[in-house]
Design a protein around this ligand. Structure first.
Ligand SMILES: *Cc1c(COP(=O)(O)O)cnc(C)c1O
Length: 447
Protein backbone atom coordinates (compact mmCIF):
# COMPACT_ATOMS: atom_id res chain seq x y z
CA UNK A 1 0.00 0.00 0.00
CA UNK A 2 1.28 3.44 -0.90
CA UNK A 3 1.72 5.56 2.23
CA UNK A 4 -0.13 8.89 2.09
CA UNK A 5 0.33 12.09 4.10
CA UNK A 6 1.57 11.44 7.63
CA UNK A 7 1.33 7.65 7.30
CA UNK A 8 4.38 5.69 8.36
CA UNK A 9 5.28 2.32 9.78
CA UNK A 10 6.32 2.74 13.41
CA UNK A 11 8.87 0.88 15.50
CA UNK A 12 6.41 -1.91 16.32
CA UNK A 13 5.79 -2.45 12.62
CA UNK A 14 2.32 -0.94 12.95
CA UNK A 15 0.73 1.61 10.65
CA UNK A 16 0.66 5.12 12.04
CA UNK A 17 -1.57 7.99 10.87
CA UNK A 18 -1.21 11.51 12.21
CA UNK A 19 1.24 10.18 14.78
CA UNK A 20 -1.41 7.75 16.08
CA UNK A 21 -0.88 4.00 16.10
CA UNK A 22 -3.65 2.53 13.94
CA UNK A 23 -3.85 -0.63 16.04
CA UNK A 24 -4.37 1.45 19.16
CA UNK A 25 -7.00 3.53 17.37
CA UNK A 26 -8.82 0.33 16.45
CA UNK A 27 -8.84 -0.93 20.01
CA UNK A 28 -9.72 2.44 21.52
CA UNK A 29 -12.52 3.42 19.12
CA UNK A 30 -13.52 0.03 17.66
CA UNK A 31 -13.82 -0.95 14.02
CA UNK A 32 -14.79 -0.18 11.36
CA UNK A 33 -13.27 3.22 11.94
CA UNK A 34 -12.76 6.15 9.58
CA UNK A 35 -9.48 7.92 10.33
CA UNK A 36 -8.90 11.38 8.88
CA UNK A 37 -5.33 12.65 8.59
CA UNK A 38 -5.85 16.28 9.57
CA UNK A 39 -2.48 17.47 8.35
CA UNK A 40 -2.96 15.92 4.92
CA UNK A 41 -6.48 17.31 4.63
CA UNK A 42 -5.16 20.77 5.45
CA UNK A 43 -2.16 20.40 3.13
CA UNK A 44 -4.46 19.45 0.27
CA UNK A 45 -6.59 22.55 0.97
CA UNK A 46 -3.44 24.67 1.03
CA UNK A 47 -2.12 23.26 -2.24
CA UNK A 48 -5.36 24.39 -3.89
CA UNK A 49 -5.32 27.74 -2.14
CA UNK A 50 -1.75 28.41 -3.29
CA UNK A 51 -2.33 27.23 -6.86
CA UNK A 52 -5.63 28.95 -7.52
CA UNK A 53 -6.04 31.80 -5.06
CA UNK A 54 -2.48 33.00 -4.48
CA UNK A 55 -1.21 32.41 -8.02
CA UNK A 56 -4.28 33.33 -10.02
CA UNK A 57 -6.68 35.19 -7.73
CA UNK A 58 -9.20 32.38 -8.05
CA UNK A 59 -11.60 30.88 -5.56
CA UNK A 60 -11.41 27.32 -4.22
CA UNK A 61 -14.71 25.78 -3.19
CA UNK A 62 -14.54 22.47 -1.31
CA UNK A 63 -17.18 19.92 -2.36
CA UNK A 64 -18.93 18.89 0.85
CA UNK A 65 -20.51 15.82 -0.70
CA UNK A 66 -17.14 14.02 -0.51
CA UNK A 67 -16.65 14.32 3.26
CA UNK A 68 -18.52 16.66 5.56
CA UNK A 69 -19.17 16.90 9.28
CA UNK A 70 -19.20 19.80 11.75
CA UNK A 71 -15.46 19.34 12.40
CA UNK A 72 -14.60 19.07 8.69
CA UNK A 73 -16.51 22.29 8.13
CA UNK A 74 -14.18 23.97 10.65
CA UNK A 75 -11.10 22.73 8.78
CA UNK A 76 -12.40 24.01 5.45
CA UNK A 77 -13.27 27.36 6.98
CA UNK A 78 -9.88 27.72 8.67
CA UNK A 79 -8.10 26.96 5.40
CA UNK A 80 -9.95 29.82 3.72
CA UNK A 81 -11.89 27.81 1.18
CA UNK A 82 -15.46 28.22 0.02
CA UNK A 83 -18.00 25.41 0.33
CA UNK A 84 -20.07 23.63 -2.31
CA UNK A 85 -23.25 22.16 -0.81
CA UNK A 86 -25.93 20.24 -2.69
CA UNK A 87 -28.73 19.85 -0.20
CA UNK A 88 -30.54 21.40 2.72
CA UNK A 89 -28.78 18.88 4.95
CA UNK A 90 -25.30 19.94 3.90
CA UNK A 91 -26.34 23.58 4.11
CA UNK A 92 -27.72 23.03 7.61
CA UNK A 93 -24.49 21.32 8.70
CA UNK A 94 -22.45 24.28 7.43
CA UNK A 95 -24.76 26.73 9.19
CA UNK A 96 -24.59 24.80 12.48
CA UNK A 97 -20.79 24.69 12.21
CA UNK A 98 -20.78 28.46 11.79
CA UNK A 99 -19.37 28.37 8.26
CA UNK A 100 -19.60 31.83 6.65
CA UNK A 101 -22.64 31.65 4.37
CA UNK A 102 -21.17 34.19 1.96
CA UNK A 103 -18.61 31.52 0.98
CA UNK A 104 -21.26 28.87 0.28
CA UNK A 105 -22.21 27.80 -3.24
CA UNK A 106 -25.49 25.94 -3.43
CA UNK A 107 -25.66 23.24 -6.12
CA UNK A 108 -28.15 20.60 -7.14
CA UNK A 109 -30.33 19.70 -10.10
CA UNK A 110 -33.59 19.64 -8.15
CA UNK A 111 -33.39 21.92 -5.17
CA UNK A 112 -36.71 22.04 -3.35
CA UNK A 113 -38.53 25.31 -2.65
CA UNK A 114 -37.78 24.76 1.06
CA UNK A 115 -34.06 24.33 0.35
CA UNK A 116 -33.97 27.42 -1.85
CA UNK A 117 -35.83 29.43 0.78
CA UNK A 118 -33.28 28.41 3.42
CA UNK A 119 -30.44 29.39 1.10
CA UNK A 120 -32.02 32.79 0.49
CA UNK A 121 -32.80 33.42 4.15
CA UNK A 122 -29.29 32.49 5.17
CA UNK A 123 -27.85 34.60 2.32
CA UNK A 124 -25.59 31.99 0.74
CA UNK A 125 -22.97 33.53 -1.54
CA UNK A 126 -24.12 31.92 -4.77
CA UNK A 127 -26.89 29.68 -5.93
CA UNK A 128 -25.76 27.58 -8.88
CA UNK A 129 -28.94 27.38 -10.93
CA UNK A 130 -29.27 24.15 -12.86
CA UNK A 131 -32.32 24.58 -15.08
CA UNK A 132 -35.07 26.89 -16.29
CA UNK A 133 -37.61 25.58 -13.78
CA UNK A 134 -35.26 26.44 -10.93
CA UNK A 135 -34.61 29.88 -12.40
CA UNK A 136 -38.31 30.64 -12.33
CA UNK A 137 -38.81 29.16 -8.87
CA UNK A 138 -35.86 31.10 -7.44
CA UNK A 139 -37.04 34.35 -9.01
CA UNK A 140 -40.43 33.90 -7.34
CA UNK A 141 -39.00 32.93 -3.93
CA UNK A 142 -36.47 35.79 -3.93
CA UNK A 143 -39.32 38.15 -4.81
CA UNK A 144 -41.41 36.86 -1.89
CA UNK A 145 -38.49 37.30 0.52
CA UNK A 146 -37.52 40.69 -0.97
CA UNK A 147 -33.91 39.65 -1.52
CA UNK A 148 -31.59 39.63 -4.49
CA UNK A 149 -29.80 36.34 -5.01
CA UNK A 150 -26.33 35.98 -6.52
CA UNK A 151 -26.49 33.21 -9.11
CA UNK A 152 -24.27 31.24 -11.45
CA UNK A 153 -25.76 29.15 -14.24
CA UNK A 154 -24.71 25.55 -14.64
CA UNK A 155 -24.15 24.63 -18.27
CA UNK A 156 -23.60 21.35 -20.07
CA UNK A 157 -20.61 22.00 -22.30
CA UNK A 158 -20.81 18.74 -24.25
CA UNK A 159 -17.30 17.77 -23.15
CA UNK A 160 -16.74 14.12 -22.37
CA UNK A 161 -14.22 13.38 -19.64
CA UNK A 162 -12.51 10.00 -19.79
CA UNK A 163 -13.85 8.48 -16.60
CA UNK A 164 -16.49 6.05 -15.33
CA UNK A 165 -19.94 6.36 -16.94
CA UNK A 166 -21.62 7.16 -13.60
CA UNK A 167 -19.32 10.05 -12.75
CA UNK A 168 -19.34 11.71 -16.18
CA UNK A 169 -21.37 14.87 -16.10
CA UNK A 170 -20.33 17.10 -18.99
CA UNK A 171 -21.91 15.23 -21.89
CA UNK A 172 -25.13 16.51 -23.46
CA UNK A 173 -27.17 13.52 -22.29
CA UNK A 174 -26.91 14.43 -18.61
CA UNK A 175 -29.43 15.33 -15.94
CA UNK A 176 -27.29 18.33 -14.98
CA UNK A 177 -27.23 21.81 -16.42
CA UNK A 178 -28.51 23.84 -19.34
CA UNK A 179 -27.36 22.55 -22.71
CA UNK A 180 -25.29 25.02 -24.72
CA UNK A 181 -25.87 23.41 -28.11
CA UNK A 182 -29.66 23.59 -28.22
CA UNK A 183 -30.01 27.19 -27.05
CA UNK A 184 -31.24 26.40 -23.53
CA UNK A 185 -28.17 27.92 -21.96
CA UNK A 186 -28.58 31.22 -23.82
CA UNK A 187 -32.25 31.26 -22.92
CA UNK A 188 -31.34 30.79 -19.23
CA UNK A 189 -28.87 33.66 -19.34
CA UNK A 190 -31.38 36.01 -20.98
CA UNK A 191 -33.98 35.16 -18.35
CA UNK A 192 -31.50 35.61 -15.50
CA UNK A 193 -30.43 38.98 -16.90
CA UNK A 194 -34.04 40.09 -17.23
CA UNK A 195 -34.87 39.04 -13.68
CA UNK A 196 -35.51 41.60 -10.97
CA UNK A 197 -34.35 39.48 -8.05
CA UNK A 198 -31.38 37.59 -9.45
CA UNK A 199 -27.87 38.85 -10.10
CA UNK A 200 -26.04 36.73 -12.66
CA UNK A 201 -22.34 36.53 -11.77
CA UNK A 202 -21.07 33.77 -13.98
CA UNK A 203 -21.19 30.36 -15.57
CA UNK A 204 -20.45 26.88 -14.26
CA UNK A 205 -19.64 23.47 -15.65
CA UNK A 206 -18.41 20.21 -14.14
CA UNK A 207 -17.16 17.65 -16.62
CA UNK A 208 -16.79 14.66 -14.32
CA UNK A 209 -14.89 13.13 -11.46
CA UNK A 210 -11.62 11.17 -11.06
CA UNK A 211 -10.33 12.86 -14.24
CA UNK A 212 -6.62 12.64 -15.08
CA UNK A 213 -6.41 14.40 -18.46
CA UNK A 214 -5.88 18.09 -17.84
CA UNK A 215 -6.54 18.63 -21.56
CA UNK A 216 -10.21 17.85 -20.85
CA UNK A 217 -10.27 20.90 -18.58
CA UNK A 218 -8.54 23.18 -21.06
CA UNK A 219 -11.01 22.02 -23.68
CA UNK A 220 -13.96 22.70 -21.36
CA UNK A 221 -12.61 26.19 -20.61
CA UNK A 222 -12.42 26.86 -24.36
CA UNK A 223 -15.98 25.70 -24.94
CA UNK A 224 -17.25 27.84 -22.04
CA UNK A 225 -15.36 30.94 -23.21
CA UNK A 226 -16.43 30.51 -26.83
CA UNK A 227 -19.97 30.39 -25.57
CA UNK A 228 -19.35 33.42 -23.34
CA UNK A 229 -18.25 35.32 -26.46
CA UNK A 230 -21.47 34.40 -28.23
CA UNK A 231 -23.47 35.48 -25.18
CA UNK A 232 -21.57 38.76 -25.09
CA UNK A 233 -22.42 39.47 -28.74
CA UNK A 234 -26.09 38.67 -28.10
CA UNK A 235 -26.58 40.40 -24.75
CA UNK A 236 -23.59 42.59 -23.93
CA UNK A 237 -23.11 40.57 -20.71
CA UNK A 238 -19.85 38.77 -19.89
CA UNK A 239 -19.25 36.42 -16.96
CA UNK A 240 -17.26 37.80 -14.03
CA UNK A 241 -16.83 34.27 -12.68
CA UNK A 242 -16.12 31.00 -14.44
CA UNK A 243 -16.67 28.00 -12.18
CA UNK A 244 -15.03 24.90 -13.67
CA UNK A 245 -16.31 22.42 -11.09
CA UNK A 246 -14.13 19.71 -9.56
CA UNK A 247 -12.98 16.29 -10.62
CA UNK A 248 -9.19 16.08 -10.39
CA UNK A 249 -8.23 12.40 -10.16
CA UNK A 250 -6.31 10.93 -7.23
CA UNK A 251 -4.19 7.87 -6.58
CA UNK A 252 -6.22 4.90 -5.36
CA UNK A 253 -4.13 2.05 -6.70
CA UNK A 254 -1.29 1.25 -9.11
CA UNK A 255 -1.93 2.80 -12.51
CA UNK A 256 -3.49 6.01 -11.17
CA UNK A 257 -1.24 8.94 -12.00
CA UNK A 258 -2.65 12.13 -10.55
CA UNK A 259 -1.51 15.49 -11.88
CA UNK A 260 -0.25 18.16 -9.51
CA UNK A 261 -2.80 20.75 -8.46
CA UNK A 262 -0.50 23.53 -9.62
CA UNK A 263 -0.40 22.14 -13.15
CA UNK A 264 -4.17 21.76 -13.12
CA UNK A 265 -4.52 25.43 -12.15
CA UNK A 266 -2.01 26.62 -14.73
CA UNK A 267 -3.51 24.62 -17.61
CA UNK A 268 -6.95 26.04 -16.94
CA UNK A 269 -5.72 29.56 -16.31
CA UNK A 270 -3.70 29.60 -19.48
CA UNK A 271 -6.64 28.45 -21.57
CA UNK A 272 -8.87 30.96 -19.81
CA UNK A 273 -6.55 33.90 -20.37
CA UNK A 274 -5.84 33.06 -24.01
CA UNK A 275 -9.47 32.56 -24.87
CA UNK A 276 -10.63 35.70 -23.07
CA UNK A 277 -8.02 37.80 -24.86
CA UNK A 278 -8.88 36.22 -28.20
CA UNK A 279 -12.54 37.12 -27.70
CA UNK A 280 -11.79 40.59 -26.26
CA UNK A 281 -13.51 39.64 -23.04
CA UNK A 282 -12.35 40.44 -19.52
CA UNK A 283 -10.69 37.41 -17.88
CA UNK A 284 -13.27 36.05 -15.44
CA UNK A 285 -12.31 34.94 -11.94
CA UNK A 286 -11.56 31.22 -12.01
CA UNK A 287 -13.49 29.09 -9.51
CA UNK A 288 -12.86 25.39 -8.82
CA UNK A 289 -14.72 22.89 -6.69
CA UNK A 290 -12.34 20.13 -5.63
CA UNK A 291 -13.71 17.37 -3.42
CA UNK A 292 -12.04 14.00 -3.80
CA UNK A 293 -8.56 15.45 -4.33
CA UNK A 294 -8.77 17.16 -0.93
CA UNK A 295 -10.57 14.60 1.21
CA UNK A 296 -9.88 11.29 -0.56
CA UNK A 297 -6.23 10.62 0.32
CA UNK A 298 -6.76 12.03 3.83
CA UNK A 299 -9.05 9.15 4.84
CA UNK A 300 -8.24 5.57 5.84
CA UNK A 301 -10.70 2.96 7.07
CA UNK A 302 -9.68 0.41 9.70
CA UNK A 303 -11.44 -2.95 9.86
CA UNK A 304 -11.03 -6.13 11.90
CA UNK A 305 -10.50 -9.32 9.94
CA UNK A 306 -12.97 -12.12 10.76
CA UNK A 307 -13.93 -15.14 8.69
CA UNK A 308 -11.49 -16.31 6.04
CA UNK A 309 -12.78 -18.58 3.30
CA UNK A 310 -10.27 -20.35 1.12
CA UNK A 311 -11.54 -22.03 -2.04
CA UNK A 312 -8.38 -23.78 -3.23
CA UNK A 313 -7.57 -23.04 -6.83
CA UNK A 314 -10.34 -20.42 -6.98
CA UNK A 315 -10.04 -17.59 -4.48
CA UNK A 316 -9.42 -16.72 -0.87
CA UNK A 317 -11.92 -14.37 0.74
CA UNK A 318 -10.89 -12.33 3.76
CA UNK A 319 -14.01 -10.89 5.38
CA UNK A 320 -13.95 -7.73 7.49
CA UNK A 321 -16.45 -6.18 9.90
CA UNK A 322 -17.62 -3.48 7.44
CA UNK A 323 -18.07 -3.35 3.67
CA UNK A 324 -20.48 -1.73 1.24
CA UNK A 325 -22.33 -0.10 4.15
CA UNK A 326 -19.36 2.14 4.91
CA UNK A 327 -17.79 2.05 1.43
CA UNK A 328 -20.18 1.37 -1.46
CA UNK A 329 -17.72 2.54 -4.12
CA UNK A 330 -16.65 -0.82 -5.44
CA UNK A 331 -20.29 -1.87 -5.74
CA UNK A 332 -21.17 1.43 -7.44
CA UNK A 333 -18.15 2.15 -9.63
CA UNK A 334 -15.89 -0.91 -9.56
CA UNK A 335 -13.56 1.31 -7.54
CA UNK A 336 -10.10 -0.02 -6.70
CA UNK A 337 -8.31 0.34 -3.38
CA UNK A 338 -5.08 -0.58 -1.70
CA UNK A 339 -4.80 -1.99 1.81
CA UNK A 340 -2.36 -3.32 4.35
CA UNK A 341 -2.52 -5.17 7.63
CA UNK A 342 -2.05 -2.32 10.11
CA UNK A 343 -0.57 -4.65 12.71
CA UNK A 344 2.02 -5.99 10.22
CA UNK A 345 2.41 -2.92 8.04
CA UNK A 346 6.04 -3.64 7.23
CA UNK A 347 5.51 -7.32 6.34
CA UNK A 348 5.99 -8.55 2.78
CA UNK A 349 2.91 -9.78 0.89
CA UNK A 350 2.54 -13.57 0.85
CA UNK A 351 -0.68 -14.26 -1.00
CA UNK A 352 -3.40 -12.81 -3.19
CA UNK A 353 -6.78 -12.48 -1.48
CA UNK A 354 -10.05 -10.64 -1.98
CA UNK A 355 -11.48 -8.51 0.79
CA UNK A 356 -15.19 -9.01 1.40
CA UNK A 357 -17.63 -7.13 3.59
CA UNK A 358 -20.24 -8.63 5.91
CA UNK A 359 -23.43 -7.63 4.07
CA UNK A 360 -25.82 -10.11 2.52
CA UNK A 361 -24.79 -9.32 -1.05
CA UNK A 362 -22.23 -11.09 -3.20
CA UNK A 363 -21.38 -7.64 -4.56
CA UNK A 364 -20.35 -6.52 -1.08
CA UNK A 365 -16.63 -6.49 -1.81
CA UNK A 366 -13.99 -3.92 -0.87
CA UNK A 367 -11.02 -5.15 -2.91
CA UNK A 368 -10.59 -7.88 -5.51
CA UNK A 369 -7.21 -9.59 -5.76
CA UNK A 370 -4.85 -7.80 -3.46
CA UNK A 371 -1.46 -9.01 -2.27
CA UNK A 372 -1.28 -9.17 1.53
CA UNK A 373 0.65 -10.96 4.25
CA UNK A 374 -1.26 -14.07 5.40
CA UNK A 375 -4.21 -12.58 7.32
CA UNK A 376 -5.69 -14.18 10.42
CA UNK A 377 -8.86 -13.31 12.35
CA UNK A 378 -8.24 -10.29 14.56
CA UNK A 379 -5.81 -8.59 12.20
CA UNK A 380 -6.52 -4.92 11.52
CA UNK A 381 -6.94 -4.17 7.83
CA UNK A 382 -6.35 -0.58 6.73
CA UNK A 383 -7.86 0.53 3.41
CA UNK A 384 -6.32 3.78 2.18
CA UNK A 385 -7.84 6.72 0.26
CA UNK A 386 -11.33 6.28 1.68
CA UNK A 387 -11.75 9.92 2.67
CA UNK A 388 -14.04 10.84 -0.20
CA UNK A 389 -17.47 9.38 -1.00
CA UNK A 390 -17.29 6.80 1.80
CA UNK A 391 -18.77 8.20 5.00
CA UNK A 392 -21.03 10.50 2.96
CA UNK A 393 -22.33 7.52 0.98
CA UNK A 394 -22.58 5.16 3.95
CA UNK A 395 -25.82 3.41 4.73
CA UNK A 396 -27.48 1.13 7.24
CA UNK A 397 -28.09 -1.81 4.92
CA UNK A 398 -28.57 -4.96 7.01
CA UNK A 399 -29.04 -2.61 9.97
CA UNK A 400 -25.31 -2.24 10.40
CA UNK A 401 -24.55 0.84 12.50
CA UNK A 402 -22.35 3.36 10.71
CA UNK A 403 -18.71 3.62 11.85
CA UNK A 404 -17.17 6.30 14.00
CA UNK A 405 -14.72 8.85 12.58
CA UNK A 406 -11.63 10.26 14.24
CA UNK A 407 -9.44 13.20 13.33
CA UNK A 408 -5.79 12.30 13.86
CA UNK A 409 -2.98 14.84 14.18
CA UNK A 410 0.29 15.07 16.08
CA UNK A 411 -0.34 11.90 18.04
CA UNK A 412 -3.86 12.91 19.09
CA UNK A 413 -7.06 11.37 17.87
CA UNK A 414 -10.37 13.12 18.45
CA UNK A 415 -13.73 11.56 17.80
CA UNK A 416 -15.58 13.69 15.23
CA UNK A 417 -18.42 11.31 14.41
CA UNK A 418 -19.74 8.91 17.01
CA UNK A 419 -20.34 5.30 16.13
CA UNK A 420 -24.01 4.60 15.59
CA UNK A 421 -25.63 2.38 18.18
CA UNK A 422 -28.41 -0.17 17.80
CA UNK A 423 -30.78 2.32 19.40
CA UNK A 424 -29.80 4.92 16.75
CA UNK A 425 -31.07 2.43 14.20
CA UNK A 426 -34.50 2.56 15.83
CA UNK A 427 -34.56 6.36 16.12
CA UNK A 428 -37.14 6.82 13.42
CA UNK A 429 -39.02 3.54 13.79
CA UNK A 430 -42.60 3.68 15.06
CA UNK A 431 -45.04 0.96 15.99
CA UNK A 432 -48.65 1.89 15.15
CA UNK A 433 -51.11 1.51 18.03
CA UNK A 434 -52.76 -1.56 16.53
CA UNK A 435 -49.45 -3.44 16.58
CA UNK A 436 -48.42 -2.42 20.07
CA UNK A 437 -47.86 -5.01 22.76
CA UNK A 438 -46.70 -4.98 26.31
CA UNK A 439 -42.99 -4.25 26.29
CA UNK A 440 -42.66 -7.19 28.73
CA UNK A 441 -43.98 -9.65 26.13
CA UNK A 442 -41.64 -8.26 23.54
CA UNK A 443 -38.61 -8.76 25.72
CA UNK A 444 -39.71 -12.29 26.57
CA UNK A 445 -40.05 -13.19 22.90
CA UNK A 446 -36.54 -11.98 22.22
CA UNK A 447 -35.17 -14.30 24.90
C1 LIG B 1 -18.98 16.15 -7.40
C2 LIG B 1 -18.81 17.55 -7.76
C3 LIG B 1 -17.64 18.22 -7.41
C4 LIG B 1 -16.47 17.54 -6.75
O1 LIG B 1 -15.94 16.55 -7.58
P1 LIG B 1 -14.61 15.78 -7.17
O2 LIG B 1 -14.40 14.81 -8.27
O3 LIG B 1 -14.87 15.12 -5.86
O4 LIG B 1 -13.52 16.79 -7.09
C5 LIG B 1 -17.56 19.56 -7.70
N1 LIG B 1 -18.58 20.22 -8.31
C6 LIG B 1 -19.72 19.59 -8.67
C7 LIG B 1 -20.79 20.36 -9.32
C8 LIG B 1 -19.87 18.24 -8.43
O5 LIG B 1 -20.99 17.62 -8.80
Amino acid sequence: MKLHGTMRVNGRGYLEIGGCDAVELASRFGTPLYVVDEQLFRENCRAYYRAFTERHGGQVIYAAKTLFTLAVSRLVEEEGLGLDVVSGGELYTAQEAGFPMSRVYFHGNNKSPQELRLALEWRVGRIVVDNLYELELLERLAGELHVRAGVILRLTPGVEAHTHEYVKTGQIDSKFGLVIENGQALEGIKRALASKHLVLHGLHCHIGSQVFELESYAHAVNVMMDFAALVHRETGWAPAELDMGGGLGIYYAAGDEPRPVEEYADVMMQALTERAVAHHLPVPRLLVEPGRSISGPAGTTLYTVGAIKDIPGVRKYVAVDGGMGDNPRLALYQARYEACLANRAGAAPEEVVSVAGKCCESGDMLIWDIRLPRAVPGDILAVSCTGAYNYTMSMNYNRLPRPAMVLAADGRADLIVERETYSDLLRNDLIPARLRRERRLNVASVR
